[in-house]
Design a binder for this molecule. Structure first.
Ligand code: TYM
Length: 330
């Protein structure tokens, strides 16, 4: 069987530079080496209340973003999670072998639950099991994600190993692919926190892929910096390190080249250059987003769902069979 990758993004809020540099960028780089499935995980999105009309719009917008960053629908499969009932169905089977204590340990759950206070839904608690289902349905080898998903990946592996042990070989046990550089892009407003689309108070620290040029300039201009004046990669200075990491990924220059380029220059110059480099990347991308027409998008998503269903359906049938979930004989 070909080596496979699977990954996804939630169609909530606005997609930002952290999502691109930590995940989407690597999908594009890997898609020709692997058989690739890229999912718009709208069932994950509803673990926090969403306005239905906005969710539907954001789902299609995210599909456009996938295409505009360079996911090629001729070589990769793009699917919307809710188009396939297999994702929810396998979640039920996996729920029955996952322990409460495992889910209680998930740091993302704890963070999100704290923000929701008393309205913590069962879906939010179960989020990592749905994610495990996504990955295991496609017999995935590699899951390219940012660093914040590492714990969910470890749980996915544990669930797969347990299922295979208890019910016989059913799922491939996946590995996380977490990039060496860019796995955790930090907020420009608070470099101790990751850039995050769900963190409303940190809008100013989050460069959205659909921000216009003036907004991008303003956000970089106001970016927090550390004390000291030297511009060099230094993990003890998180603000400058973060700006330089973004610079490195967008220009593809080496850290040495970048440090030489900025020797003797000030923070304001770094911020101004970074803003222009980001805009140079975003403008053609945004143009591509706006050029994708609705009919073409429908065609791609329908074809993606059909292709994905062949694999997801076969895996689910095998898992049900192995668990003894058999009724009428065909
Ligand atoms: P989501 O939508 O929160 O984030 C999408 C991807 O972006 C990465 N990311 C970041 N990378 C670097 N720096 C940041 N500041 C940053 N913020 C986010 C995330 O690590 C992720 O790769 N649970 C997933 C969605 C999901 C999924 C899956 C992923 C559902 N099923 C199956 C892989 C496989 C999530 O919350 O993504």
């Amino acid at each position: 069987m070909p080596k496979r990758i699977f990954s996804g993004v939630q169609p909530t809020g606005n997609i930002h530079l952290g999502n691109y540099l930590g995940a989407l960028r690597n999908w594009v780089a890997l898609q020709r080496e692997y058989e690739s499935f890229f999912c718009i995980v709208n069932l994950h999105a509803i673990t926090i209340a969403q306005d239905p009309e906005t969710l539907a719009e954001k789902t299609r917008e995210l599909a456009r973003i996938y295409l505009a960053v360079g996911i090629d629908p001729e070589v990769s499969t793009i699917l919307v999670q809710s188009d396939l009932s297999e994702h929810a169905e396998l979640t039920w089977l996996l729920n029955c072998i996952t322990r409460m204590s495992e889910l209680e340990r998930m740091t993302q759950f704890k963070d999100k639950a704290r923000k929701q206070q008393e309205n913590v839904g069962v879906g939010l608690f179960d989020y990592p099991v749905l994610m495990a289902s996504d990955i295991l349905l496609y017999q995935t080898d590699l899951v390219p994600v940012g660093e914040d998903q590492k714990q969910h990946l470890e749980l996915t592996r544990d669930i797969a190993i347990r299922f295979n042990r208890d019910y016989g070989e059913t799922f491939r046990v996946p590995e996380a692919f977490i990039p060496q550089v860019g796995a955790r892009i930090m907020s420009l407003a608070d470099p101790t926190k990751k850039m995050s689309k769900s963190d409303e108070e940190s809008e100013a620290g989050c460069v959205m892929l659909l921000d216009d040029a003036d907004v991008v300039r303003r956000k970089f201009k106001r970016a927090v910096t550390d004390s000291g004046t030297e511009i060099r990669f230094d993990s003890t200075r998180p603000a400058i390190n973060n700006l330089l990491t973004i610079y490195q990924l967008l220009t593809q220059k080496s850290p040495e080249e970048i440090e030489i380029h900025f020797a003797g220059k000030g923070y304001s110059q770094l911020k101004a250059e970074l803003a222009e480099i980001t805009i140079e990347f975003l403008q053609p991308f945004q143009e591509r987003v706006s050029r994708i027409d609705d009919d073409k998008l429908d065609e791609i998503l329908k074809a993606g769902a059909a292709r994905a269903q062949l694999i997801a359906g076969a895996t689910l049938a095998q898992a049900k069979h192995n668990m003894g979930l058999i009724g009428a004989r065909s």
